[in-house]
Design a protein around this ligand. Sequence first.
Ligand code: SAH
Ligand code: SF4
Ligand code: F3S
Length: 470
Amino acid sequence: MHTPDLNLARKRTNNSVETINFCFNSDLRGIAKDKKYCLKTYGCQMNEHDSENIKALLEEMGFKESSTMTGADLIILNTCSIRENAHNKAFGMLGRIKKIKESNKDLIVGIMGCMAQEEVVVNEIMNKYKWVSFVLGTHNINELPNTIFNLLKNNKLTIEVYSKEGEIVEGLPSVRNNKYKAFVNIMYGCDKFCTYCIVPYTRGKQRSRKKEDIINEVIDLKNKGYKEVTLLGQNVNAYGKDLNINYTMSDLLQDVANTGIDRVRFMTSHPWDFTDEMIDVIANNPNVMPHIHLPVQSGSDKVLKMMGRRYTKDEYIALVKKLREKIPNLSLTTDIIVGFPTETLEDFNMTLDLVKEINYDLAYTFIFSKRVGTPAYNMKDETSLEEKNRRLQELNYYINSAANLKNKDYVGKKVKVLIEGFSEKDKSKLMGYTETNKLVNVTGDKDNIGKIVDVKITDYKTWSLDGKIV
Ligand code: SAH
Ligand code: SF4
Ligand code: F3S
């Protein structure tokens, strides 16, 4: 049994990272062929992609997917720690699962994802949720088949969470959620240690995958008919910095573009590592999509400094200006935290000014949430929750107005849309995304699913566009 250790999770060394090649234990193939699993995923794309691996591992063992928890023999929560409400959601779900477990003693219940890496969470599970079957961390998803095999024999709480810096596991199978768009991890972990953020503790040291592994994965996806890849990492611009080779994110982006796959996206970009070379690669390659998610977090230099973001408001604005000059049709999205400790009304107004100046296509806005073990946990925080909520509402008002106006601009224009399937709200319509990552509900023939087609935009809403195939 290995339990998480916050002090170890904080440590960074220069030790080189090991790459492990995963091989499915053939003795376990099909052993659960009469059983069903239900997997619930919270958090970011990183977790969504991990869930694609988890699914594939379970299905190789023979498990079939169950859409309901009550019909399942195995329930796994792939959890997120980023804010307190993510925590509460997972613990709330555990409350519901407890009732199911009471009437089905053989039910296996597993906690995976970022919460599994948290010392406080695992202590709480050991004390109050002893009926949970296993906790498995983000560094060792590859151990899932063996963990479940052991539990099928002997249903006793197993905790296998490593707080070491982490390895790279290549060759994990994947059952992808989408037939046309795929996530491709280019790096794991994060070394930025922004003072509010728990990710460097839950995901470990920054570890870049080898360029050959990434490019081969993209070529393979392209050969299988995928039209789009999103290169994933907490801070993709820092790709390669840990490999000590003369090969950076701009080189990787160019090589991925050279595979000829129709669409290349990447996220998330930290403003700190955004190089001119990278901007040129985006501008010069029509298959690198003109959308950048560039979290700013705050418009106050004082707050940015306390957050450990290492850029000023002016530097951020200068970067955006450069991006917009070189990539004229750029769509720009961001993340913003309100109510960071010591944020005054004046600081907050600076964030409003920045938002008004930049005119984002979209922004994800959050109230600061204290995370155990992060430096901001102990910072003096005197603003009331009521005031923080008020600030969030005011910020969202400007964000939404800008998003609305940006979308209005599209009406009458012809844009390229990758049609993914039927619209969720209206099954008579199709849906897909523009190059600038705008959701479009499309009128047209279903034969267009899986194709990139020209769409004329006929109407707009704050979060989506309407259009018809031309
Ligand atoms: N790696 C990405 C962000 C990943 S987390 C980056 O650096 O840009 C996604 C977003 O969650 C962050 O951009 C931030 O806005 C928000 N976030 C992270 N920790 C938070 C916290 N403790 N409280 C509130 N929001 C937080
Ligand atoms: Fe968190 Fe900062 Fe790393 Fe993003 S760059 S994951 S906000 S520590
Ligand atoms: Fe959440 Fe972990 Fe992603 S904390 S946002 S699932 S990296």
